[in-house]
Write a protein that binds this ligand. Structure first.
Ligand SMILES: NC(=O)c1ccc[n+]([C@@H]2O[C@H](COP(=O)([O-])OP(=O)(O)OC[C@H]3O[C@@H](n4cnc5c(N)ncnc54)[C@H](OP(=O)(O)O)[C@@H]3O)[C@@H](O)[C@H]2O)c1
Length: 330
């Protein structure tokens, strides 16, 4: 049986099969509880912790999550045991601005971003540095050259992208190869067992314009999954895999997921949960990990009980029949 303790490769990194999101730490989740959850995750064998330079400007301030992680890392020590991922590109340009006015992925933003993240985290290297968005206003080569310079300087161990269209991923990787630069080792995208309506989120993305989009539209879709399947060196990390608690509490399901397709998926989930004695949330985590190729769930939790449940989900074994049942529900 595989558990969260088992590691998997992501580029040159060895990461736990379940990643922990720190987006709400230092914001919605206050400091002592955030530290408790971080300690719980690490004590269970987890090493893969995710933040961003803009978390969470909407509840606290941009950098509050990195600041909290920095204080926790300082008290904890043993920095090298952990894989710290952070992101650049989606920091609002001024206090009070939202995602419609963000820094983007030009060289200046990246060079400023890395030094700010290193300072807040109190470390001299980031394990995994993400391009947070798909910035269509900046030349890809400029972004990739800047990321490569960070790898060369030892400030970053590996790079990855997030919320990016599949053709842009392939173009970026080709460019990096042509230049002999570090290339994106993976993708962090919105993904879960339930599937959003195909036309969902278009309005939100129209607001985002040329600097990418978030949410269901930026999720892992058929083409991304196809790309990942045939590029085994390129790993996928799924954010918001719990649909913010909607598997435990169906009333939380966003309108984009209220479909007949997902009614059938919920029935399959509940059947497999019944067979295994697991919760639907745990079956979703196990489904991601059992998929081909395996997808790394990037979960968050706001209570120790939720986190314990999610960690146990990474240890749940699903049979081939159960996977076929889940995959076939539509
Ligand atoms: N790359 C990107 O653009 C991007 C975007 C979003 C997030 N992320 C990353 O992904 C991480 C996770 O994102 P997320 O917080 O949106 O996703 P999530 O894991 O789907 O949702 C977390 C929330 O779901 C509820 N929950 C979690 N486990 C549960 C359980 N076992 N039972 C019942 N409820 C449970 C809790 O809500 P309550 O607190 O309400 O109970 C928890 O705060 C973030 O921390 C961040 O690192 C990345």
């Amino acid at each position: 049986m595989l558990t969260m303790l088992d590691k998997t490769d992501l580029g040159p990194l060895s990461v736990s099969r379940l990643a922990l999101g720190a987006m709400l730490f230092g914001g919605n989740v206050e400091e002592s509880l955030s530290r408790q959850l971080l300690d719980q995750y690490v004590a269970a064998g987890g090493n893969f912790i995710d933040t961003a330079n803009n978390y969470s400007f909407w509840t606290a301030y941009a950098g509050s999550s990195e600041d909290l992680l920095g204080r926790w890392l300082k008290d904890r020590g043993r920095r090298d045991d952990l894989v710290i991922a952070t992101k650049v590109g989606a920091l609002p340009n001024r206090a009070g601005a939202g995602l419609e006015d963000i820094e983007g992925l030009g060289r200046t933003a990246i060079m400023r971003g890395i030094d700010s993240s290193l300072r807040r985290l109190g470390t001299d290297y980031i394990d995994l540095y993400y391009a947070h968005i798909d910035d269509r206003t900046t030349d890809l080569e400029e972004t990739l050259a800047a990321f490569n310079a960070l790898v060369q300087a030892g400030k970053v161990r590996a790079i990855a992208c997030s919320n990016m269209a599949v053709w842009r991923i392939e173009r970026a990787r080709q460019l990096s190869r042509q230049h002999g630069w570090a290339e994106y080792a993976g993708l962090q995208q919105h993904f879960s067992y339930f599937r959003p309506r195909p036309d969902s989120d278009l309005k939100r993305n129209a607001v985002m314009g040329l600097r990418g989009g978030w949410g269901t539209e930026a999720g892992l879709r058929g083409q991304h999954l196809d790309y990942i399947r045939f590029n085994p060196d390129f790993r996928a990390v799924a954010y918001t895999p719990m649909l913010r608690g909607a598997y435990a509490d169906p009333s939380r399901l966003e309108p984009a997921y209220r479909t007949e397709d997902n009614d059938k998926r919920r029935a399959a989930l509940e059947a497999v949960a019944g067979e295994t004695g697991a919760t639907p949330s745990q079956v979703v985590i196990a489904w991601l990990l059992h998929s081909t190729p395996a997808i790394i769930p990037l979960v968050a939790a706001s209570t120790p009980a939720q986190l314990a449940e999610n960690i146990a989900g990474a240890g749940l074994t699903l049979s081939a029949e159960q996977m076929a049942h889940l995959d076939g529900a539509a």
